[in-house]
Design a protein around this ligand. Structure first.
Ligand SMILES: [Zn+2]
Length: 192
């Protein structure tokens, strides 16, 4: 029991009480249910990898969004991770393709651009004839640093804008409600 609770507590956003509640709930389920839960976890771990083009989570070489030809509208939305991509998708505001960086530039943590999917981004902007890159990065020191870096790098090739409006400084995209995020997207400004 303690082992199970401990496993739940390792999950993001799960405190000791919730972990206990989940463990107790699971123990009341039929064995069949537990088995399919465990199978789903293992299958997800072994089958889900990264999309070769945008680096979003995907079980196929190309993710569902990259495979969707209707979304090739010349716009490319750059996000830090798959959670932020999913947050953008929930707004239903963006109809183009994405590029997942795999983090943000953070000199304090020793994370430079070479550790992120920056070079593939530059190649895509060129190869896919991208007309606008929309930076959807958190309004934080790391988000600002990364946005400025990418804007400088990409501006010779395309228009670069950044979502801004309505998002409080330091807020995580993932937790922004859909309306706020949709407005932030609409109110994007070209990076000078
Ligand atoms: Zn993809």
């Amino acid at each position: 029991m303690a082992r199970l609770i401990d496993q739940f507590e390792r999950l993001p956003g799960i405190g000791p009480r919730t972990a206990q509640r989940l463990a107790l709930h699971l123990l009341r389920q039929p064995e069949e249910q537990i088995r399919s839960f465990a199978d789903a976890l293992l299958a997800a771990r072994s089958q889900v990898g990264q999309c070769q083009r945008c680096f979003h989570l995907s079980a196929e070489p190309l993710c569902e969004i990259c495979r969707n030809a209707e979304r090739g509208n010349g716009q490319l939305c750059v996000v830090a991770d798959s959670r932020d991509l999913l947050a953008m998708e929930r707004t239903r505001e963006f109809k183009g393709h994405y590029h997942v960086l795999g983090g943000l530039i953070s000199p304090m943590d020793g994370i430079g651009p070479e550790l992120l999917q920056v070079q593939p981004l530059v190649r895509r902007v060129d190869a896919e004839g991208i007309s606008e890159v929309i930076l959807a990065l958190t309004p934080s020191v790391e988000g600002d640093t990364t946005s400025l870096y990418l804007a400088r790098l990409l501006k010779p090739f395309t228009t670069v804008s950044r979502i801004a409006y309505g998002l409080p400084v330091g807020s995580e995209l993932e937790y922004a409600d859909e309306v706020t995020l949709a407005r932030a997207f609409e109110g994007r400004r070209q990076v000078e």
